[in-house]
Design a protein around this ligand. Structure first.
Ligand SMILES: [Zn+2]
Length: 156
């Protein structure tokens, strides 16, 4: 019989913990936005637009009384609702972009960020928004084109 050392037992325990499953659900949300990047030497320094695809992944170790991680209808109402109100068909600009004043003077809607409005920062922003709505977010991915996307995920 093989001797079981404390280290081996510890390893076994961690292995077992890793085997415990987790549920996740993913909701896809589409929206359109315009932006440009400042302090950047590339075509994205000019105003242009994207058809964004957002994937919001929620995860829990156990299901609620309805046997769900979260109701897709709730995710749609809360998160698509927020995106439709704040980001959809708007210019998303860094707060100090000179375009902000010009667009506002024309009555055009803008959404301001402290950072460059890159797809990485949009993923991070939406991760925070989902968390603020008390949904158990583990990952938000944003596609700015079908070939380019960024993810912001919980570290644990
Ligand atoms: Zn772009």
């Amino acid at each position: 019989m093989q001797e079981s050392t404390p280290a081996a037992r510890d390893l076994g325990g961690r292995h077992f913990a890793k085997m415990v499953g987790m549920y996740s659900v993913i909701k896809r949300i589409d929206f359109c936005y315009g932006h440009r990047l400042l302090d950047y030497d590339g075509p994205c320094r000019h105003p242009h637009g994207h058809n964004a695809v957002v994937e919001v992944e929620l995860g829990t170790a156990s299901l609620d009384g309805r046997d769900m991680v979260a109701d897709f209808g709730d995710i749609k109402r809360l998160i698509k609702g927020w995106i439709d109100r704040e980001l959809d068909h708007r210019m998303i600009l860094r707060r100090d972009d000179p375009l902000v004043e010009a667009l506002r003077a024309l009555g055009e809607p803008v959404y301001l960020m402290d950072s460059n409005p890159t797809v990485e920062r949009l993923a991070q922003l939406l991760f925070e928004i989902v968390r603020q709505h008390d949904l158990p977010v583990i990952r938000v991915t944003v596609w700015e084109t079908p070939a380019s996307w960024a993810t912001y995920a919980s570290a644990s």
